[in-house]
Write a protein of this length. Sequence first.
Length: 253
Amino acid sequence: MIRRPFPESIRVVMSQAFAQIAAIALPNRCALCGNMSHTVICAGCDAAYWNEARLRCAVCAAPLAPGHARRAAGYRCDACRATPPPFDATLALADYRAPLDGLARGLKFHARLALGAEFAGRLARLLADTHGAGGGFDVIAPVPLAHARLAARGYNQAWAIARPLARRLGVPADATLLARVVETAPQSRLDRRARRDNVASAFAVARDVAGRHVALVDDVMTSGATLAAAAHALKAAGAARVTNLVALRTARD
C-alpha cells in the first residue's frame, strides 16, 4: 500500500495542536529563566528584560544613540532619511539580544507557539500606548514563508504572532494576503546586499489593498530587506500605508 503524505494544511493544524496540548500538560515555567511561573515570562524576567527604554528610528526601529536629533517627522536614522524604505513605520518590542533572542528561536524552530501569543500581547500593549486602540490598521498580515519552509516547519511563526494580535486589536487578519512567489534562500545565511537581492520580487499581493493601511507582522527584523520587499509589493498594489510590527529588532550591521 502506498502511503501518501499528509496535506500541508493538516500538518500545520496537527503541529499547532500538539504544541497547545504540551503547553497545557507540562508544568508552567518561565521561558527565560526556567523557574516555575504562572505566566510565560515571570515577573522577575519581565522587569529585568522587557522594560528598557530605547530610542528607535520611527521608520525602521533601528536603535538610535540617546542624543540623536529629532526632526519634524520624528526620530529617523540617517539611512531612512537618505533613502526612505517602502514601509512607513516600524514598531519593535526590544533588541534582538540574549536572552530575548532565545524566545524568537523557541517560536521559530521549536513550535513554542505560546511565545507567539506572548509577543502579540506585548505588541498590543505597545500599540495602545503609542497609536491607540486598533492602531488604525485595516488588516494585519504575516510575512509569508516559502512553501518548502512552511511544509518542513509546519507553521509560520509570523502568523503565530499576527493572529492573536489581530484578535486583541479587533482588526481583521489575513494569513494569505501576501504570497511568497519565489523560493528564497534563508536570509540568515546572507549579508545585507545579498538579503536585498534574495527577496526582490519575492512577494505578490493576493487581494485588493487599495487605500488600506496594512500592518505587516514578523518575529525578527534584521536588515529589513524582507519587510521592504513585502511593503514594496503592497504599495505597488495600492496600499496607502504599511506599518511593520516586529517582536525583536537587531542593530543595523
